[in-house]
Design a protein around this ligand. Structure first.
Ligand SMILES: *[C@@H]1O[C@H](CO)[C@@H](O)[C@H](O)[C@H]1NC(C)=O
Ligand SMILES: *[C@@H]1O[C@H](CO)[C@@H](O)[C@H](O)[C@H]1NC(C)=O
Ligand SMILES: *[C@@H]1O[C@H](CO)[C@@H](O)[C@H](O)[C@H]1NC(C)=O
Ligand SMILES: *[C@@H]1O[C@H](CO)[C@@H](O)[C@H](O)[C@H]1NC(C)=O
Length: 289
């Protein structure tokens, strides 16, 4: 598939920006060489630059609009500054506490290793017009060490329903969300025994992204239109999962150590094509409700 240089450039920008999402603030601030500068401080600095560059623009744009905008922006900066003073000593654990709630049972960026996936059965319906994704993922999970929590990644999606089974037995669990860590957790009262196998089934909704990450919408030029030699524009939904974007398409253990087998069903329109790097098992008619 042809890709133009603009797409490549944007992709590189996206990868760099994604680093921030992983809780790499510490690394960044160390590079700054000034020790304990925290996330909020950086935010405030950005706010300040924004004020300064905008006041430059406003001189050109006219005083009437300028005054209004400046008041608004100035208020914004004050707000950020106050934030900075309050939160300047937050540790990762305190941020998790603040953003994910007191009860969130995991406090690290890296997932626990007590449970690992062996198989994902994914059924996904990406709608190329509405850009909505409706999906179901059935995970087969191997319990290595006894634990009461299943923790994995999920970003930009909502849970519709879930079931957890231990053997033939259905297990009750609480669903917990941590935006700070881009994780979901299921917590049970009774621990899953070591060496057991869990089946976790999740129905969810998500969306096709426009920023070249996860499952994203792509437009490309195609010179071939049957025998008609005119350029046509074609739309496709394409995956870019590295480094940490698989979690935007399906709930999953989105770290390189958690390797597993995927069985994928894609619900598509008759006139669309589905392409993957593995062979097709079968294709059948599907009745949409
Ligand atoms: C399981 O627990 C043992 C003992 O605490 C530990 O050494 C091992 O690393 C754990 N295994 C995993 C996969 O976390
Ligand atoms: C998830 O739910 C929130 C709140 O109801 C909503 O704003 C958002 O659009 C939903 N996202 C998806 C992908 O369904
Ligand atoms: C492709 O060519 C066919 C005729 O061969 C024409 O009907 C159709 O409009 C063309 N599509 C586009 C998008 O140009
Ligand atoms: C080729 O496609 C263009 C664009 O849709 C259309 O205007 C033209 O009539 C088509 N030519 C033939 C020979 O089908």
């Amino acid at each position: 598939m042809p890709s133009n240089p603009t797409v490549k450039l944007l992709f590189e920008e996206e990868s760099t920006a994604a680093g921030d999402d992983l809780g790499n603030w510490n690394r960044k601030t160390q590079q700054n060489g000034s020790g304990g500068i925290k996330r909020e401080k950086r935010r405030f600095r950005c706010g300040l630059c924004w004020c300064l560059s905008l006041s430059g623009v406003m001189l050109l744009a006219g005083i009437a609009i300028g005054l209004f905008a400046f008041t608004r922006l100035y208020a914004g900066c004050i707000e950020e500054k106050r934030n900075d003073n309050e939160d300047s000593e937050l540790t990762l654990e305190e941020e998790i506490f603040a953003e994910c709630g007191q009860g969130y049972p995991w406090k690290q960026v890296r997932l626990p290793t007590d449970i690992s996936p062996t198989n994902y059965r994914l059924k996904i319906h990406p709608n190329l017009e509405s850009l909505e994704i409706v999906g179901t993922v059935d995970m087969e999970l191997q319990v290595e060490n006894e634990t009461r929590i299943i923790v994995f990644h999920a970003q930009d999606m909502n849970l519709t329903s879930f079931t957890i089974r231990l053997g033939s037995q259905r297990v009750h669990a609480r669903h917990l969300i941590c935006p700070r860590l881009l994780q979901w957790a299921f917590e049970t009262d009774e621990p899953f025994p070591a060496k057991s196998v869990i089946r976790l089934s999740i129905d969810y909704t998500g969306f096709i992204h426009k920023d070249l990450s996860g499952l994203y919408i792509n437009t490309h030029q195609d010179k071939r239109n049957g025998t008609n030699d005119t350029t046509v524009y074609r739309i496709s939904a394409v995956t870019q999962f590295e480094p940490t974007h698989a979690r935007k398409m399906l709930p999953c253990f989105d770290e390189p150590n958690f390797k597993a087998v995927f069985d994928i069903s894609i619900i598509r329109k008759k006139e669309h094509l589905a392409r993957t790097n593995m062979q097709l098992i079968r294709s059948e008619d599907y009745e949409d409700e």
